[in-house]
Every structure is written in C-alpha cells, then in structure tokens.
Design a protein around this ligand. Structure first.
Ligand code: NAD
Ligand code: WQD
Length: 340
C-alpha cells in the first residue's frame, strides 16, 4: 500500500510517517521544507530502519502536483501540509488561503481524474469551533466564524472536501479536528521544531526551561476558569499519529466508493495553563520562570473535546498520559539543544 504523506517532515507528519513505516506502508513524503528540514528524513530512517521516498514539492504548484500523481499510484493520502501560525495568518491572510486552500485544490483536482476511489485524511483543527457555547465540544456543534485567517482556511478546506464528497466523486474522506498536540517521539529523534519564537505553549515552556527564553508569559489569569487561566485539551503526539493509522485502515476497509466523516481528536480532558506548568515542573523536576501577563487577543477561554464519536465509531482512544507528553517534550528540547 502506497501512501502519500504531505507535510510529512513537519511535526505531526513526521510522527505519523514513523508509525506508517513501522506498519509496513510504502511512503512518499512530500514537503517543500517551508517549516521543516531535510534532516528529519534521516531521523525517521534512524527510528524505523526504513528510508521513505521524499519529494521536495511545493503543493501550491499545480504542475508539480500533476507530475506527482502521474509518477505514483497512491492508495491513500494524508494531507498535513499547511501553514499553521495563527499570528502570521493575521498579517498575511493571502499566504494562508493560497497555501492551505490552494494546495488542497490542486490535490483534489488530481484525485478527480483517478479511476479508483481515494482514501483521504485531512488535518483540520479545533479552531473551527471558535469559542463553543458549552463543553465538551462535539462534532455536531455549530462552527463559529473563525477568529483568524488560518482558522478560516481550515474551514474552507473542510467545505471543499464535503462538497467534493457530495458531488459523488470516488472519494473516501475522514477529516480530523485535532485539539492541542504536544510531546515528542520517545527516542527524542523527532519532535516539534518551531521556527523563531514559538507561539504555542509547550515549546515556549521547554525553550524557557532550557534557557533560550528568559521567561514564559501566561496570557491572562482573570478568565472564568478554576484558576483563571485558559483551558485546553492537550493530546500526546504519539496518540495523534496513531489515529491516522486507524482512520486510514478504516477507509481502506470501506467497500463503498464514497465516504465522509469528521472526528474530534483529543483526550476529552481540559487542562489549564497553570496546571500544565505545574505538571511540567513536577514531572521534569525543575522550576519554570513564568510571569502572569495580559490576555492574548483571539484566545478562546476553554476548549476540550467530546471524544465519544471516534471512540464509538472507530474504537479509538488515547493511550499516552499528559505526564509522558511533557516528559518527552522536555527530552526533545534537551536533545535539540545538545545538537545545536
Ligand atoms: P508543521 O508546520 O510542523 O508541518 C507542516 C509541514 O507542511 C511542514 O513540514 C511544511 O514544510 C509543509 N508544507 C507547508 N506548506 C507546504 C506546501 N505548499 N507544499 C509542501 N509542503 C508544505 O505543522 P504540524 O503541526 O505538523 O501540522 C500539520 C497539520 O495539522 C497542518 O495542516 C495544521 O494546520 C494541522 N493542525 C496542527 C495543529 C498543531 O497544533 N500543530 C493543530 C491542529 C491542526
Ligand atoms: C495554549 C494556551 C494560551 C503561549 C493554537 C491554534 C489552534 C491550534 C492549536 C492549529 C492558551 C496559553 C500560550 C504562551 C500562554 N493549532 N499560552 N503563553 O491557542 O489553543 O491553539 O494551537 O490548528 O488553531 O490557535 O494553543 O499552544 O498557542 O496556547 O499563556 O506563551 O496557552 O493563551 O491558553 P491554542 P497555544
């Protein structure tokens, strides 16, 4: 079985690629290295003792995507490739629509020409829910207008996929709405590699703990939550990687040529910023220099997943603990630092 993994050298893509290789899939990883580097292939190979095919392609380029589909006969596609910085998207909305929506359109255009049904997994985000009216968030909740162009681009992609399915093409799609992925592979050979100043909490914590940043600012402690800080659903990257295998196998086993479904991928448990910091300090036996600061514009207050749909329909639940995620995130940071 040959699987195309777009954005396969990025954070989620690299962990998923490892599991796919370990499961015996043939991989073609496509990445333009806009937010990753080629060394990740060596690290994937070191973990798995297998070398995936790598194509350096910008998926915005229609002709390159067309060539890619002419050269290979994919049985499945996991489409991770996208820009993901909420901040950057506010300043450069066009860049986000062109890349995130444009790349998907180019791939869909090629799928449309195929004779066989394509098994397709799409990386969406809990950001499409905005600030939900109640918790936990289930897939039936109304999607609020996304706060950022990044969020809007994900919503647009979801619509494109649903319309493509409704149009009756040979197409089996699962769209996954990830909550907050954190942590790293147990070997510390792959992990999250933020370019520049991290926007996300855990890389900011680890960079502060290792001394790359002076202190972490907690964005607001006057929210209406138990300790005043925002609450999120942090999911271990290894769990998140694994769900892609479950979904791919599900799609491959569906006899119909057409399928469409959307699942939340989270733990179902909310953790506040201060709880996460305390846990990080405890599991790694260190003290973090942090200060309470102002609220960050656009932050939702609370977001955690209702995980019953994916549990009931795909028999999938998370296995890893938050403690383990924070331990592996720290080991990964130590490892990057050692090699810098
Ligand atoms: P990442 O930036 O680490 O990985 C994305 C990869 O795609 C990078 O290696 C980048 O170089 C590549 N890429 C981007 N544009 C490309 C293009 N035009 N052609 C080829 N390659 C391209 O991000 P990630 O955290 O691994 O996220 C993967 C997916 O999951 C994204 O679609 C993201 O929006 C989504 N997602 C991420 C999170 C999160 O918190 N990390 C949460 C929800 C959803
Ligand atoms: C988590 C919490 C911050 C940094 C983002 C995207 C979302 C999705 C997941 C892709 C919040 C607080 C953070 C810091 C802090 N990604 N924080 N100090 O905001 O849930 O979502 O990543 O789809 O689209 O918006 O994640 O890690 O940025 O923040 O206090 O220096 O940590 O306020 O409460 P978020 P995050």
């Amino acid at each position: 079985m040959q699987v195309l993994v777009t954005g396969g050298l990025g954070y989620i893509g690299s962990h998923t690629s490892v599991l796919l290789l370990e499961k015996g899939y043939d991989l073609v990883i496509v990445d333009d290295l806009s937010n990753s580097n080629e060394k990740v292939i060596e690290n994937i190979s070191q973990i798995t003792s297998k070398v995936p095919v790598f194509e350096k392609i910008d998926l915005k380029d229609k002709e390159s995507v067309s060539k890619l589909f002419n050269n290979y006969d994919f049985d499945g596609i996991i489409h991770f490739a996208a820009h993901k910085s909420v901040n950057e998207s506010v300043n450069y909305p066009d860049k986000y629509f062109k890349n995130n929506v444009g790349s998907l359109e180019n791939i869909i255009y090629e799928i449309q020409k195929l004779k066989k049904p394509m098994n397709f997994i799409f990386s969406s985000s809990c950001t499409v829910y905005g600030q939900a009216d109640s918790m936990p968030i289930n897939e039936g909740f109304e999607l609020k207008k996304a706060e950022s162009p990044y969020g809007q681009s994900k919503r647009k992609c979801e619509e494109i996929l649903e319309n493509f399915h409704k149009a009756g093409h040979n197409f089996k799609n699962i769209t996954l709405r990830y909550f907050n992925p954190i942590g790293a592979h147990p070997t510390s050979l792959i992990g999250e590699l933020p370019i520049g100043i991290p926007e996300n909490l855990v890389p900011y914590i680890t960079q502060t703990a290792v001394g790359k940043r002076d202190h972490l600012t907690v964005f607001g402690n006057d929210y209406d939550t138990n300790d005043g800080t925002c609450v999120r659903d942090y999911i271990h990257i290894m769990d998140l990687a694994e769900v892609h295998i479950t979904c791919l196998e599900k799609l491959m086993n569906i006899k119909d040529n057409s399928f469409f479904n959307v699942y939340n991928v989270g733990t179902g448990k909310g953790t506040s910023v201060l709880e996460l910091i305390n846990l990080f300090e405890n599991v790694n036996q260190l003290k973090l220099n942090y200060k309470i600061g102002k609220r960050r514009d656009g932050d939702v207050v609370i977001a955690y997943a209702d995980t019953s749909k994916i549990k009931n329909e795909l028999n999938w639940t998370t296995k890893y603990s938050l403690e383990n995620a924070l331990k592996t995130a720290w080991n990964w940071e130590l490892n990057i630092n050692k090699n810098e």
